[in-house]
Write a protein that binds this ligand. Structure first.
Ligand SMILES: NC(=O)C1=CN([C@@H]2O[C@H](COP(=O)(O)OP(=O)(O)OC[C@H]3O[C@@H](n4cnc5c(N)ncnc54)[C@H](OP(=O)(O)O)[C@@H]3O)[C@@H](O)[C@H]2O)C=CC1
Ligand SMILES: O=C1O[C@H](COP(=O)(O)O)[C@@H](O)[C@H](O)[C@H]1O
Length: 483
């Protein structure tokens, strides 16, 4: 039987250059994909096989870490690569693509790394050329629409050719090692689960902060904004992993069933609550990592009301999380690149140290996703001494540095895992249609609330933690952001 093909749309794009080709090289170098698997790239650019191999070689030279570069492996990797020029918006080029692929009996894993406006014609073309059979899976890069309606349209177009079990929607955060570790932390340890609810937890914070600005993605970002670019997908996926019930199994259905229950339990933020439960900002000129940087509209070259920062106070209305706020915050041009989940536990019900001067701070758990990966539990300890003038208690960290605990293990980039799962057909770390749609439904209501309240982004200086209103959002509840 013939071997499988990986068919990559958007083969000449930025994502292919920075992430997909380096990830595929890593899978090749580690012997994780079959020797016979061919990688067929396609885009409009008029390249031949050698031209795309050259493109890939340059991308790998630029984006592979020095210790991963190996001339022999690079040569054998490039031999896998074939290229077919194609305008995916037109059906006539697809038969030539099918011909390039050749024998499809080994199956095809398709990855659409193109704008979603191309998904519909691409799928129609694939179908017509006989490239959408039972042994074909399709991976879809985000964004999956701009709202619930457009997302449904995309999902319907995909579903016309690919049933849900062969549709793999990418959220690259699910491929990150520490995100998966969240499942291990919660469900492979006995100590957290009894406290992982409204009785034990005061509030949760999820921060995904970036130092970068527009990074050349002007056209896309200004039409999206932080809510749709980051919250609708990555942050709601993180929230659902933090808040979900223990799945009965690690299989795709069990995990996704539990996540979607959380997403459906999110309390709607609408025109009544948008102004009190959300804050939007847009960066002005400032400094990033010590260097002066222009503001968003200067980078963009025109006035804009697009938010580059959003903070939200969310609630999961179910038994487990009643009364526990989930504060979400994400933005561009913030002081650090830092993604983390911060769990603030409740205070002990009674302090036996109070009369002796001992002051208690409630426990905290920090799950740092990037740039470093660690899990840190802050616990109270007594300072050594004879305590003649009272007991001094201090918060001390119990640290699990994943980087050092697994020092001999290479940290893979998210797309390595996701591409391998797509090739092998494991959907666990991909997003199901009902999840995406629940995410859009929640986000759409927020956007409608902003419009109804005439909310526009407040300015914040590049290099700051967003508008001061974002600080007020939590301080009103007596909570400080964990910076
Ligand atoms: N870059 C990133 O970091 C991220 C990107 N994404 C998403 O991934 C997708 C790809 O992003 P990115 O690589 O940055 O985008 P680019 O604009 O860099 O690349 C787009 C790719 O699509 C191809 N393309 C454009 N029009 C057509 C067409 N009519 N027919 C066939 N191919 C076409 C382009 O090649 P050519 O011009 O030769 O046709 C190119 O290969 C986008 O949806 C983006 O939002 C998501 C998360 C992060
Ligand atoms: O999907 C996206 O994610 C990146 C951030 O990803 P990370 O892995 O670097 O945290 C973000 O910059 C981009 O705007 C967004 O589209």
């Amino acid at each position: 039987m013939a071997c499988e093909t990986l068919l990559l749309f958007g083969a000449t794009g930025d994502l292919a250059r920075r992430m997909l080709l380096p990830s595929l090289y890593a899978l090749h170098a580690d012997g994780l994909i079959k020797d016979c698997l061919q990688i067929v790239g396609t885009a409009r650019s008029e390249l031949d096989d050698a031209g795309w191999q050259d493109f890939a070689k340059k991308a790998l030279e630029e984006f592979l870490p020095a210790d991963r570069k190996n001339g022999d492996l690079l040569a054998t990797f490039l031999e896998r690569l074939k290229y077919q020029p194609l305008d995916a918006s037109k059906p006539d080029g697809f038969p030539a693509l099918a011909e390039k692929i050749g024998d499809t009996s080994g199956g095809i894993a398709i990855f659409l790394s193109t704008a979603p406006s191309l998904f519909e014609p691409t799928i129609a073309g694939l179908q017509k050329a006989g490239l959408a059979g039972d042994n074909v899976r399709i991976g879809l890069e985000k964004p999956l629409g701009t709202d619930l309606d457009s997302s449904r349209e995309i999902n319907d177009a995909v579903a016309a050719a690919f049933p849900e079990e062969r549709t793999f929607r990418i959220d690259h955060y699910l491929g990150k090692e520490t995100v998966q570790n969240l499942l291990a932390l919660r469900f492979a340890n006995m100590m957290f689960e009894p406290l992982w609810n409204a009785n034990g937890i005061d509030h949760v914070q999820i921060t995904v902060s970036e130092t970068v600005g527009l990074e050349g993605r002007v056209g896309f970002y200004d039409g999206a904004g932080a809510l749709r670019d980051m919250v609708q997908n990555h942050m709601l996926q993180l929230l659902s992993l933090v808040a979900m019930e223990p799945p009965a199994d690690l299989n795709a259905t069990a995990v996704r069933d539990e996540k979607v229950k959380v997403l459906r339990s999110l309390r709607k933020i609408d025109s009544d609550s948008a102004a009190t439960h959300t804050v939007i900002g847009q960066y002005g000129a400032g400094a990033s990592k010590g260097e002066a940087v222009p503001g968003y509209v200067d980078e963009l070259g025109k006035p804009s009301d697009t938010e580059t920062f959003v903070a939200i106070k969310a609630h999961v209305d179910n038994w487990r999380w009643q009364g526990v706020p989930f504060y979400l915050r994400t933005g561009k041009r913030l002081p650090n690149r830092q993604s983390e989940i911060f769990i603030q536990f409740k205070k002990v019900p009674h302090s036996i140290f109070a009369k002796r001067g001992g002051r208690l701070t409630a426990n905290k758990l920090v799950i740092r996703l990037q740039p470093e990966e660690y899990i840190r539990l802050l616990v109270m300890a007594k300072e050594p001494g004879l305590d003649r003038e009272g007991i001094t208690l201090r918060e001390v960290p119990l640290d699990l540095s994943l980087t050092s605990a697994f020092a001999g293990t290479r940290r893979r980039i998210a797309y390595e895992r996701l591409l391998l799962d797509l090739i092998e057909g494991d959907p666990t770390l991909f997003v199901r249609r009902d999840e995406v749609e629940a995410q859009w439904e929640w986000v759409d209501a927020i956007r409608a609330g902003w419009a109804a309240n005439g909310m526009t982004p407040k300015q914040y200086g590049a290099g700051s933690w967003g508008p001061s209103a974002a600080i007020a959002l939590t301080e009103r509840d007596g909570v400080s952001w964990h910076d």
